[in-house]
Design a binder for this molecule. Structure first.
Ligand SMILES: Nc1ncnc2c1ncn2[C@@H]1O[C@H](COP(=O)(O)OP(=O)(O)OP(=O)(O)O)[C@@H](O)[C@H]1O
Ligand SMILES: [Mg+2]
Length: 480
C-alpha cells in the first residue's frame, strides 16, 4: 500500500522510521510521497534523501497514480476536507486524529508485548527457583514472616500443597512454633536480612518427627524494590549427612590414634601378665587349699585373667587388618552369633529371638568380623535387659537402597541422653566389669565394611542398634 503524507513534520519522520523497522503481516505499507510547505521539515528531508517524491503543495498528489492512501498529519480540519474533495475515488484518506489513534494503539500494544515478554522471562527464572529441580528448600517471604511461596521440594518434605503454605507464617510451618526464631543459637535469618539489607547465613538445628537432630545451613537473601527491603528468599540445605561424615572422620581419627597406643601397651603387658598368671597358679598348686594364702592366690589368678581379657579386647580394637571379604549368608552369621551368646542369655534369663528376612542376597563381608560385631551388640543387649526380657536380632533387605539392615533390639534399661553420644568412644563404659571397647570395635568393623551403625534408645524402654551394609558399593576384595 503506497502512502502519501501531507505534513512532513517530526511525526511524518517517525512514521516513516517505524514503517521501515516494522514487519507487517498482511499489508506492506510504503511512504512514496511527502508534502510540506517547508523544505527543511524533517519528514520531507528524509523523503528527499530516500529519493521519494517531495513537494511543497499537496495538490500535486491528486494527479499521481501510485498513491493508495493519503495521510493528513497537519492537524488542520480544512486541509483534510480539501483532500477528501479532491482525491480520486479509489484513493483513501485518513486524518491526523485517526492516524494518531492507530499510532498510539500500535505503540501501546508494543509496550504491552515488551512487558509481557519481560514477565515471561521473570516467570521462567522464578519457575526454575521454585520447581523440583532445586534440591534445597526455598521459601519466598514478606518482611512480616508471611510466606509468599515455597518450592516444590520443601512442599514435598512438609507434606503440604504449595498453595496451602502461602500466607502462613514461616515459623508456624517450619518449626511448629507460634513466634519467630530468636536467641543466639537460632537467630532469625529474615530479621537479620531485613535489618541490614544484606545476605545472612546461619546453621539451624531442626528436630524431625522422631526428634532426631537435622542440621540446616540457611542462606537468606533480601528482595529489594525501589531501594527498600520488601521480603527475602531463604534457601536451606540439609547438611546432616556432611556433619555426620565429619563427626565420623573425627571418630575414626580418634580411634586410629587410640588404637596405635593401645596396641603398643597391650603387646608390652601381655608377657608379664602371663608370667604373673602362671606363677600364681604354680604357687597355688603347692599350697594347701586350707591355707589362707590359697584364696589370695586365686584372686591374683582371676584378676590376671581379667587383665588378659582386657588386653585381648585392646588388641582386637587395635587390629589394623583390613577385612577379608567373601560372599556370605548374613542370616547364617546371625544364627551362629546367637548360638555363641546362648550361655550368657541363659545365665541372665533373657530370650534371644531371630527375625530373619527370607530374600536376603549373599553379602560381601568378613564373616568373623561381622560375627564379632554382632556378638558385641547381643551381649550388650543381654546385659541391659532384666530377667524375663527379650532381645531380637533381625535382618532385612532393601533393594531400592541396595543394602541390608541388621538390627539388635532389646527391651532393656535404655541409654540416657547424656551417655548416648559417648557409647562408641573407646573405654566408655557404665558396667563394672566392662572395658568400654565392645562398641568401639563394632563401629570400626562396620566402617571398614562401608556401612553405618545407628542407635535409638529410650530410657527404661529399650534400645535398638541398626547396622546398614551396602551391597554394590562395598570396597575390599569383591569377587564379581
Ligand atoms: N543395648 C544397650 N542397652 C543399654 N546400654 C547399652 C547398650 N549397649 C551399650 N550400652 C552402653 O554403652 C556402653 C558401652 O558399650 P560397650 O560395648 O562399648 O562397652 P561395655 O559393654 O561397657 O564393655 P565391653 O568392652 O566389655 O563390651 C555400655 O557400658 C552401656 O552403658
Ligand atoms: Mg559391650
Amino acid at each position: 500500500m503506497n502512502i502519501a503524507v501531507v505534513g512532513g513534520g517530526t511525526r511524518c519522520r517517525v512514521l516513516m522510521d517505524s514503517i521501515e523497522k516494522h514487519t507487517f503481516r498482511e499489508i506492506s505499507p510504503k511512504v512514496v510521497a511527502v508534502a510540506d510547505p517547508k523544505d527543511d521539515a524533517p519528514g520531507l528531508v528524509k523523503a528527499r534523501e530516500k529519493g521519494l517524491f517531495v513537494t511543497n503543495d499537496y495538490n500535486d498528489f491528486f494527479d499521481r497514480d501510485d498513491v493508495d492512501l493519503i495521510i493528513e498529519l497537519t492537524g488542520k480540519q480544512d486541509v483534510y476536507e480539501d483532500i477528501l474533495l479532491k482525491k480520486k475515488e479509489t484513493v483513501r484518506a485518513v486524518n491526523h486524529k485517526t492516524a494518531t489513534l492507530f499510532w498510539e494503539f500500535t505503540l501501546a500494544s508494543r509496550i504491552e508485548q515488551k512487558a509481557t515478554r519481560k514477565l515471561q522471562e521473570t516467570r521462567a527464572i522464578y519457575n526454575v527457583l521454585i520447581n523440583e529441580l532445586i534440591q534445597e528448600d526455598v521459601i519466598v517471604m514478606a518482611t512480616n514472616y508471611r510466606i509468599l511461596d515455597i518450592n516444590q521440594t520443601l512442599a514435598n518434605k512438609l507434606g503440604i500443597e504449595r498453595k496451602d503454605a502461602i500466607g502462613r507464617y514461616c515459623y508456624e510451618i517450619l518449626h511448629h512454633e507460634s513466634a519467630p526464631c530468636s536467641g543466639e543459637e537460632h537467630p532469625c535469618p529474615l530479621v537479620q536480612t531485613v535489618a541490614t539489607g544484606e545476605p545472612f547465613r546461619v546453621t539451624h538445628i531442626h528436630l524431625d518427627k522422631n526428634n532426631k537432630e537435622l542440621y540446616y545451613s540457611i542462606s537468606c537473601y533480601p528482595i529489594i524494590d525501589n531501594g527498600e527491603v520488601v521480603g527475602a528468599i531463604e534457601i536451606a540445605r540439609d547438611i546432616t549427612k556432611d556433619i555426620s561424615i565429619q563427626k565420623g572422620m573425627m571418630q575414626y581419627d580418634k580411634m586410629a590414634s587410640i588404637g596405635r597406643l593401645a596396641a603398643g601397651v597391650a603387646h608390652e603387658i601381655n608377657n608379664p601378665l602371663t608370667t604373673i598368671l602362671t606363677s600364681a597358679m604354680l604357687i597355688q598348686e603347692e599350697t594347701d587349699p586350707e591355707d589362707s594364702n590359697y584364696e589370695e592366690l586365686q584372686i591374683i589368678a582371676d584378676e590376671a585373667l581379667r587383665c588378659r581379657k582386657i588386653v585381648s579386647s585392646l588388641l582386637d580394637f587395635a587390629r589394623q587388618s583390613e577385612p577379608v571379604k567373601a560372599k556370605n549368608n548374613l542370616n547364617k552369621v546371625v544364627t551362629e552369633s546367637v548360638v555363641l551368646t546362648r550361655k550368657q542369655a541363659a545365665f541372665n534369663d533373657v530370650a534371644v529371638e531371630e527375625s530373619l528376612s527370607e530374600d536376603l542376597p549373599p553379602i560381601n563381608m568378613d564373616k568373623d568380623q561381622i560375627e564379632q560385631a554382632l556378638i558385641n551388640l547381643i551381649l550388650n543387649a543381654i546385659e541391659a535387659t532384666d530377667p524375663g526380657g527379650k532381645v531380637t536380632v533381625g535382618t532385612s533387605y532393601f533393594p531400592d537402597a541396595d543394602g541390608v539392615e541388621l538390627t539388635v533390639s532389646d527391651s532393656g534399661k535404655g541409654i540416657s541422653e547424656e551417655d548416648i553420644g559417648k557409647i562408641f568412644d573407646p573405654f566408655f563404659t557404665t558396667r563394672e566389669s566392662g572395658t568400654g571397647l565392645g562398641l568401639a570395635i563394632t563401629h570400626g568393623i562396620i566402617e571398614q565394611h562401608g556401612g553405618t551403625i545407628e542407635v535409638d534408645s529410650k530410657l527404661e524402654q529399650g534400645t535398638r542398634f541398626t547396622i546398614r551394609l551396602p551391597l554394590t558399593k562395598q570396597g575390599g576384595n569383591d569377587d564379581h
